[in-house]
Design a protein around this ligand. Structure first.
Ligand SMILES: [Zn+2]
Ligand SMILES: [Zn+2]
Ligand SMILES: [Zn+2]
Ligand SMILES: [Zn+2]
Ligand SMILES: [Zn+2]
Ligand SMILES: [Zn+2]
Length: 254
C-alpha cells in the first residue's frame, strides 16, 4: 500500500484502498455497538461488544462529504447522503451535511465531535445543543495531539486551539509525536494512536502516565476487540497485550 503523508490515517486508508482496488470501499455501521468500519466487503458478524452479533448496515460509498446523524452522533465521510436505516439510537438516522473533507481539524464545544473539513462546518445537527459551535483546532496534520481533559486526539502541525474543551475550561494539549504507520494503544485511557514511533507518555486522561503498547502495523484490515470495543486498521492480527477492559484483547477480523 502506498502510504501517503497521512492527513487522517483511517481516511487515508480508505482513499488508498479506493485507488488500489478501483472499487470504492463502503461505510458499515453496527446498529448494536455503533462501530463504524470502512471496508471493501461486509464485515463479519462475530465479536460485537454490545450484542451476540454485529448487525451491519451499508451506509453507502466512502467519499469526501461529511455527514453526521443528530440521533446517534455518528460522523461519516460518504460519497452521497447515507442510508437512514440502522441507527443505534433511534428508528432512523437523521443526517446533516456538515461540509467537505479537508486538512483543518474542527471541534464542536457542545458535543465534542471532531472532523477534518476544508472550511467551517455547518452548525446544524448537534446532538448536545441546538447548534454545533465549531472551533478550528489546527491545520496540516502531521502530529498527534491529545487533550488530557477530554481525551480528544487531533492531527495537526502545531498546538491546536485551547478553546472549546467539553470536559474543562480549556483543552490542555500534549504533542505525542509524529503520525505514522505503527498502531499504539494506551492500557489506561484506551486511546488508539497511529504513530511513527513510541508516543510520549505525558498527558493521559485516565492515569498519571500513558502506558503504550505497540499492537500492530497499520494496514487494510479492520480488527475489533470484543472486550474494550477498540477498532484498529492493521496489516495482521494485533497483539493481545494491553487491553483496558480485560487481561487480554480478543481481536475479531471485521
Ligand atoms: Zn456491534
Ligand atoms: Zn443515527
Ligand atoms: Zn455539536
Ligand atoms: Zn479537551
Ligand atoms: Zn492513556
Ligand atoms: Zn481490548
Amino acid at each position: 500500500m502506498k502510504f501517503l503523508k497521512p492527513i487522517v490515517v483511517v481516511l487515508c486508508f480508505a482513499a488508498c484502498l479506493a485507488m488500489q482496488t478501483s472499487q470504492s470501499p463502503h461505510n458499515y455501521l453496527c446498529r448494536h455497538c455503533g462501530s463504524l468500519v470502512t471496508a471493501d466487503h461486509r464485515p463479519t458478524t462475530t465479536g460485537c461488544p454490545s450484542a451476540s452479533y454485529h448487525s451491519w448496515t451499508d451506509l453507502g460509498t466512502f467519499g469526501n462529504t461529511i455527514y453526521q446523524c443528530r440521533h446517534c452522533g455518528t460522523i461519516i465521510y460518504n460519497e452521497s447522503s447515507p442510508s437512514s436505516s440502522g441507527c443505534p439510537s433511534s428508528s432512523y438516522h437523521s443526517w446533516s451535511k456538515l461540509g467537505t473533507f479537508g486538512s483543518n481539524a474542527y471541534q464542536c464545544r457542545h458535543c465534542g465531535s471532531t472532523i477534518y473539513c476544508s472550511s467551517t462546518p455547518s452548525s446544524s445537527g448537534c446532538t448536545a445543543a441546538s447548534y454545533h459551535s465549531w472551533t478550528k483546532l489546527g491545520g496540516a496534520s502531521d502530529k498527534n495531539y491529545m487533550c488530557r481533559h477530554c481525551g480528544t486526539i487531533v492531527h495537526s502541525s502545531s498546538t491546536p486551539s485551547s478553546s472549546g474543551c467539553t470536559a474543562s475550561s480549556y483543552h490542555s494539549w500534549t504533542n505525542l509525536g509524529n503520525v505514522g504507520d505503527q498502531v499504539y494503544m494506551c492500557r489506561h485511557c484506551g486511546a488508539v494512536l497511529y504513530s511513527e514511533s513510541s508516543p510520549s507518555s505525558t498527558g493521559c486522561p485516565s492515569s498519571s502516565y500513558h502506558s503504550w503498547t505497540r499492537i500492530a502495523k497499520f494496514g487494510d484490515n479492520a480488527y475489533q476487540c470484543r472486550h474494550c470495543g477498540a477498532t484498529v486498521y492493521a496489516s495482521s492480527t494485533p497483539s493481545t497485550t494491553g487491553c483496558p477492559s480485560g487481561s487480554y484483547h480478543s481481536w475479531t477480523k471485521l
